[in-house]
Write a protein that binds this ligand. Structure first.
Ligand code: ADP
Ligand code: 5GP
Length: 198
């Protein structure tokens, strides 16, 4: 399950709430070269590494996907995702629109995607400045990027407008539960065989 949307849309807030409500989920912790924000922990929100280390990991083929977002590298490590999928977990990705395209290319049939956004650009600006984690420069970069990202909505299965937090949370939980019911996740031959013989 891929969740994308402009920085400040509420992805982290909603994903954290959803993970507590939906069993057997696995949040894919990305690796990044961006600076750690106050309150973040290495290995919880992200694995924070240097640019040199990131480039080495690209060369070594460690990433399922990676992208440059707002001038920093972000990437998803392949191994833990494969392991979680093999354990039947719902893997949740908080990745940008470029990452979503790559996941689609690799796992199209089993992917469910959600674009999450604020009701308007003005609300996004408000939330980014209220969050108080980024400088003015960084906020401007994120707003600029939001104007590009918003045009990608049509490539996603679902759109959630995060106005009322509770409603948005209920919607995200519904999508996560539905993601589990995709026919492409079942061994249909085995199911039909079992169904006929019982
Ligand atoms: P993202 O992970 O998409 O960058 P965050 O989860 O950090 O976004 O949310 C950005 C800010 O908006 C945070 O300060 C968060 O508490 C706040 N926020 C999230 N959802 C809502 C909402 N529905 N109404 C008001 N504020 C919200
Ligand atoms: P932030 O710096 O606000 O945590 O994240 C900035 C952007 O990077 C968000 O749009 C987020 O979805 C995206 N992002 C986080 N991790 C990854 C990743 O592993 N791959 C890609 N492509 N984007 C990511």
């Amino acid at each position: 399950m891929v969740i994308s949307g402009p920085s400040g849309a509420g992805k982290s807030t909603l994903i954290n709430r959803m993970l507590k409500e939906v069993p057997d989920t696995y949040f894919s912790i990305s690796t990044t070269t961006r600076e750690m924000r106050e309150g973040e922990q290495n290995g919880r929100e992200y694995f924070f590494i240097s640019k040199e280390q990131f480039e080495k990991e690209i060369e070594e083929g460690e990433f399922l996907e990676w992208a440059k977002v707002h001038g920093n590298y972000y990437g998803t490590s392949l191994k833990p995702v494969k392991k979680a999928l093999s354990e039947g977990k719902l893997v949740v990705f908080d990745i940008d629109v470029q990452g979503h395209k790559i996941v689609r290319e690799k796992f199209d049939k089993i992917t469910t995607s959600v674009f999450l956004t604020t009701p308007s650009l003005n609300v996004l600006k408000e939330r980014l400045s209220k969050r108080g984690t980024d400088s003015k420069d960084i906020i401007e970069k994120r707003i600029k990027n939001a104007l590009v990202e918003i045009k990608e909505i049509g490539n996603y299965d679902f759109l959630i407008i995060n106005d009322d937090l509770e409603k948005a949370c209920d919607s995200l939980i519904s999508v996560a539960k539905s993601a589990r019911l995709k026919t492409s996740l079942f061994d249909l031959e085995q199911f039909i065989d079992h169904w006929i013989n019982n």
